[in-house]
Design a protein around this ligand. Structure first.
Ligand code: PMP
Length: 370
């Protein structure tokens, strides 16, 4: 990754001197299972509805700053008032704005890594100190007691459910305990929530816990990562802050129109989500068997998201061979703290998953016999 030039290091704000331009390490391949997108095309009819909505959207006017039509549709879906929802330019913008509004010098954000690396990055931009309660080294389960104790003196907490990249959900009783313990605000990031078992969403706690914020995105289950649209649900006074701090036009007219059409057609996504969930179980079983048979030190973790975390010997090499010999891209996490020899594989279409399994089998046999 490129570092800032010496000249820029001297010119940027001192706390930004260490930043590096984001490099997703993307290489064009036939099959991209590296970014946890939904690799299925939009369901029949939904794409046409989106296209019609886009064609009917005037481009000469500024967007509605608060995306109120979309807010109303989301509110109707979740059975909550409009005032409890704020829409953003992807979940990322909302996470950044969360740190910008509620973090800052002297404040601490509590996270439970390995988790989504952007939390710590946004915290650093907002000069917010990060306190970490690391997950169990072997199971990646949350350390409940440590987490609740740390939450009692944290200003902010972010938990991820299902967690990227480990795939586990935050039990609701733990979410409730953390909200009760934390004097500040608690985000439960449910970017992958639609892929998890029913009854796991922390949204049911919103009425009881007025310091809870639940984050969602259309980038995953809705297969719309390209349009950049996410939303948070929280108490109205929390939403007022999100609404006040945002760049007023960050959610453009095309995004609002496409998102509204997609959310209106939400029932059409149920079969896609069901397929991804069943493919996830098929991949989990097949990869577990493969890893067990070839590498006793390897592992595959159960996941409630649209991805699986897999530990294999020589993970970086396996990732490179998948890319160069089989044109399949997966994410290498082996450099990341706590994730030695781990790859994260997005669950693709049945055909993509078949090709992944074939390639994986060939590679594991080869690295083993090498
Ligand atoms: N939270 C988690 C846990 C994620 O993995 C991602 C995307 N990788 C996001 C939030 C943000 O997604 P987006 O900005 O596309 O809405």
């Amino acid at each position: 990754m490129a570092e800032l030039s010496e000249r820029m290091r001297a010119l940027v704000q001192p706390h930004l001197a260490g930043i590096e331009p984001y490099d997703p390490n993307f290489t064009p391949t036939d099959i991209n299972l590296s970014a946890n997108e939904n690799t299925c095309p939009l369901p029949e009819g939904v794409r046409a509805a989106v296209d019609a909505a886009l064609a009917a959207t005037p481009l000469n006017r500024y967007p509605d700053p608060l995306s109120n039509d979309l807010r109303d549709e989301l509110a109707a879906w979740h059975g909550v008032p409009r005032e409890t929802i704020c829409v953003g330019n992807g979940g990322d913008e909302l996470l950044y704005n969360f740190l910008l509004a509620f973090g800052g010098p002297g404040r601490t954000l509590l996270t439970c890594p390995p988790d989504f690396s952007e939390y710590a990055f946004f915290a650093s931009l907002a000069q917010t100190e990060v306190e970490r309660v690391w997950r169990d080294e072997r199971t990646y389960g949350l350390k409940r007691d440590e987490l609740v104790a740390a939450a009692a003196h944290a200003d902010l907490v972010i938990l991820t459910s299902p967690n990227n990249p480990t795939g586990d959900v935050v039990p609701l009783d733990l979410a409730r305990e953390v909200c009760a313990a934390c004097p500040g605000l608690v985000v439960i990031d449910e970017a992958y929530g639609e892929f998890a078992d029913e009854g796991t969403s922390a949204a049911v706690l919103l009425e009881e816990c007025d310091n809870l914020i639940v984050l969602h995105t259309l980038s995953k289950a809705f297969g719309a990562a390209g349009i950049r649209c996410g939303y948070v649900m929280a108490a109205p006074d929390v939403i007022d802050v999100f609404a006040a701090i945002r760049q007023i036009y960050s959610v453009n007219v095309l995004t609002q129109s496409a998102a509204l059409a997609a959310v209106r057609a939400r029932d059409a996504f149920a079969p896609v989500i069901a397929q991804i969930r069943s493919e996830r179980e098929r991949l989990f079983a097949a990869l577990s068997q493969l890893v067990q048979a070839t590498a006793p030190e390897g592992a595959v973790w159960e996941s409630q998201g649209n991805f699986l975390l897999v530990r294999v010997p020589h993970a970086s090499e396996v990732r490179q061979r998948l890319r160069d010999d089989f044109s399949i891209l997966v994410r290498d996490f082996s450099y990341a703290p706590g994730l030695a020899d781990c790859l994260r594989i997005t669950v693709g279409t049945p055909e993509e998953n078949d090709r992944l399994l074939e390639a994986f089998q060939a590679l594991l046999n080869k690295t083993l016999s090498a």
